[in-house]
Ligand binder design. Sequence first.
Ligand SMILES: Cc1cc2nc3c(=O)[nH]c(=O)nc-3n(C[C@H](O)[C@H](O)[C@H](O)COP(=O)(O)O)c2cc1C
Length: 187
Amino acid sequence: MNEVLQNIKNRRSVRKYQTRQIPGELCESIVEAGLYAPSGRNSQAVHITVVRKKDLIERITEELKAAVARTPGNRYRDSVGAASYTVNFGAPTFMIVSADVSRAVTPEADCACALENMFLAARSLGIGSCWINQLGSVNGDSAFLNFLRAEAGFPEGNVIFGCGAFGYPVGDFPQAPARKGTSNLVE
Ligand SMILES: Cc1cc2nc3c(=O)[nH]c(=O)nc-3n(C[C@H](O)[C@H](O)[C@H](O)COP(=O)(O)O)c2cc1C
């Protein structure tokens, strides 16, 4: 099997991390991989907020919990409300992927492309990752977004479409089980 396909198959969502931080230059490579993703009409309106301060990641967890609790009908109320919930599974680097929706024509797809590029780049560097979806459920909560703007430099007017946790896994990367998706070939 070629190296590219092997790297894709080796990527798994990691939910248990070492506390050891990933080196800055590897973090920069992951961000660059995200920014080189394709985007609808080449809008390039994706922004990646990289948080590597443990106390700020903990505050994001607390602010998220509060925002979810005050959002009527939020689908993450039970999971985020659990005492053990953390936004990062203990990963030392947390990235928020958002888009300037005044410029992007396909912001959700653009952010998903960026995140997958980032996950694959991370895996090729021996770094684990996991998509974190909960922040995208509180885009309508101005107090939460104001907090992110003030504390993490989150851009005014951007909408969050996904986040990633990044760090070295505890133990080995698990093997990918066989996939259920299908394909067909016409030639
Ligand atoms: C759009 C999207 C949202 C996801 N949200 C979460 C999440 O909030 N928390 C989580 O632990 N995993 C999340 N995942 C990871 C999936 O659960 C995971 O990709 C799936 O179970 C397949 O496992 P694998 O990534 O190890 O191949 C998300 C994945 C995608 C694509």
